[in-house]
Each structure stands twice: as C-alpha cells, then as structure tokens.
Design a protein around this ligand. Sequence first.
Ligand code: BG6
Length: 490
Amino acid sequence: MTTAAECCDLILFGSLGDLARRKLLPALYQLEKAELLHAESRIIGVARDAMSAEDFRERVQQSLKEFVTKEQIDNEVWQRFAKKLHYCGLDLADLEAYDDLAQLVNPNQRAPICYFATPPSLFPVICDGLASIKLNQAPTRVVLEKPLGHDLASCCKINQHVARYFDESQVYRIDHYLGKETVLNLLALRFANSIFSDQWNHNTIDHIQITAAEQVGVEGRWGYYDDAGQLRDMVQNHLLQVLSLIAMEPPTRLDAESIREEKLKVLKSLRPITQANVNEDTVRGQYAAGFVGENRVPGYMEEEGAVGKSSTETFVGLKVHIDNWRWSGVPFYLRTGKRMPQKRTEVVITFKPQPHNIFHETLNQLPPNRLIIRLQPDEGVEIQMMNKVPGLGKRMQLKPTTLDLSFYETFENKRIADAYERLLLEAIEGNQYLFVHREEVEHAWRWIDGIRSAWTQLEKAPKPYAAGTWGPVASVTLMAQDGREWDDES
Ligand code: BG6
C-alpha cells in the first residue's frame, strides 16, 4: 500500500522550460496517478510570462499529451491534477516581484519546495528573491538542477550563495541517475546478497567497466554542449555517482548521512589524473558523420547550431584508480559518448581468472566470470559463467553461459518509474539520500578540473570517430594496453 506524501507547495521555477515540460510535469502527473501526492498539495508554476492559472493548465495538458504515453493518460486523474496547478508570473531578477509569490504561499500550511529548473546562472538571484520574502527558513527546501557550475570555482560560487540563505539540510542537488530504479538496485545487489558483498574487493575482482553510451547526438543544444563537453556533461555527475555506489564501503544505515559519507570517501580516493598519466589513462573523441543503425547522421561540426572549429569532446574513455584498501590494483574503466551504436548504460564486473585450469585439454583458457548490471535499457542483471555442455559424447566440453535476470520478465506488470518521479517524491518527503551533498559535487569537480587542465596543458585534441561506432581506436587501446577489452568486444 502506498501513502500520499507530505502536503506541500511545489514551486517550479522554469515551469515553461524544456525540463519541466519533458520530465518534471509528466513525473508529477504520474505521482498524482499513483495517488502519491497529498490531496491538498499544489504545484505552482513560475516563469516570466504573464498568464492565468487556466492558461498554465492548458500548457501543462499539451506537454502531457506530448510526453506521456496515451495509455497513461486518464481523464479523472487529469481533473484531479489540474486542480493542483497554479501559476505565478514573475521576473526572477526583480526582487519586488517575489511579493506576488509570497501572497500565494503559506509555509505553515504547506511545506514550500522550490525546484530550480532554470539555468544555474539564475540560482543566486532566485535565492535572493526567496530570502526577500522570508521563504528560506525550514520547512522550505530547494532542489537544484544540474549543471552545478562548469568547474570547481563556479560550483563553489553557487554553493556559497545558496548556503548564505539555506542550510545544507534544506538543499537537494539533483543527479537524475540517482533516481533510476536500477541505479538504486546497486544498493540492493551489493548489500542484500552475501555472494556479492563478500567478493566485492581486490581479492576477487580483476577490473570494472562502466559504460554510458547514447545514440543521440547533441539534440539541438550545440551551444550548451560545446561549452560543456562529455567530461562535464556525463562524467562529473552521472558516471562518478554510479562509480561511487559501486565502490563505496557498506554504509551503516540506509540514510542520507551514511550513504553520502561513504560516496564522498570514494571521491576523495580517486587518484588524480595529471600531465604525467593523462595520455595513458584518458581518451577524448569527437564524432564525425556516420551511420547510427540505418540512418546517416551528421558529424559534430555539421550539427545544427555548430559554429567555427571546436575541440569539444563527445566521447571520453578513462582508466581510474581508487586509492584505498578495497580497490588497490583494480582499475575502473569508464567510457561515455554520443552517437554510439546503441543506447546502453551498464556496469561490468570481471572477476579474476581461476588460478589453475583442469580443463586445459578442451579449453586453453577459462574465460573469467562476469557480473553485468544493465542500468538501461532492458534493465537487469546477468552472470556469465562456465557450464559443461550436456551429452555423452562431449566429455568435458565447456561453454560460457548466462544467468539472466531481466526485470521486465521477473517483475511483470511493474512499470519502471522515471527517475524524476522518485526524486520529486523523495524531495517532497524530505529524504536527502538520493541527492548529492555539497562536498561530493565539489570533490567531483576538483578531480574533473585536474583532467581538463592536463588536457589543456598537453593540448590533447579529441580523436575523430565515425558516428555509430564505439569511439576512437584509442579507446580500444586504453584497455588493450592492460591486456583487457571492453565488454562488447569479447
Ligand atoms: C543529461 C545530459 O544529464 O543526461 C545529457 O545532459 C544526456 O547530455 C542525459 O543525454 C542522459 O540521461 P539518460 O537518463 O538518458 O541516460
């Protein structure tokens, strides 16, 4: 049985923007459908345009038609949801305009949850505005969307400004990967199964691969992307969060403080990548024209909005070391890119080989066991292991086989909720364990800045790769130089 969350006013800054339309409003609708929103809760859209609540409802209905599947739309739910929608038009930079918002909310009746779905350059001014109407005391919470800065200095600046008015316990920094069902399942897999928890260290694990590949290119946001690049856009946040959950020590409890403390220790233990090892341990790539499936797609520099020359990377491959007892000598290989052959996010854990092969007459080399955690799509867990081929005439012929736990087949009829549904719900309930602590985000930037600065000093330009391939050849070499290969090559 589910119970509705705390009564709140969800104040959505940037409520007409892309993120709100594509993700946040559909997610709130799904929460309403699942009866997880309190009957008295409200959603207050905030944006610069002047419009009535009725007009706003119409805009939201349009977005739902576009971004929620037909089968999920239910008229009764929509009627309930529409009643919760309100609107306040205000110029975010005009402090006096916030009085209109003050008239609408009453923290004694409903906890204000202020979601900043705007460019981060507006975060400071929104904080000033909220403070000017005294909307910065508990129970107010602020939810901050990424990107939180573009380097350590700019991130600290935002964090300092937010901290002027809000205590860290009121701040919810989003990394939408932390809301994904399968990312959360990493906790269950590791800490609810002794067969894994006992093996999770350098004694049994040879190396770990984390891949986040996308088929899409820059999707019409060349300007933003060209300033960011794949290292900032995907590694600084999503990949480092997944890595932290895979590598952290068992937290003492399933709460924000315990989990975030352990993730932070991992981030602090990342071995810096500097000029000394950047050439060996990193790969930068940029896609050229090619084919994704049957479709011919343009290169990065031919994308809509592209200007001049660009040395921004759309692919990153990294070899990462975590300098602590558990992971001593176990490399983590990370790769992420746009215009790859498939959309695929997965973690592959390769175990050490058997010390002695008694099957050498039929098999020279025993392939290592692998645990594959498919984060998306086709969510599930696979174990690759050796089996005897059955049959009288086969003697001891062995074959690699797979134990495959597909979530869709195992948990039939269970709709996998979008990450934003979970994150919005947790923010409404005041649970911070799926949000990123200030120190985590700052440590992640410190490490990423090191890589960027080494790239700049050595003028390491991205290597071209054809769209629809797994990145530049150098990515294969990154593994091959250690006698290993990416999962898709084996
Ligand atoms: C976003 C990045 O944070 O994550 C995008 O800005 C990327 O560039 C997206 O496409 C990937 O998210 P997901 O959930 O589709 O893996």
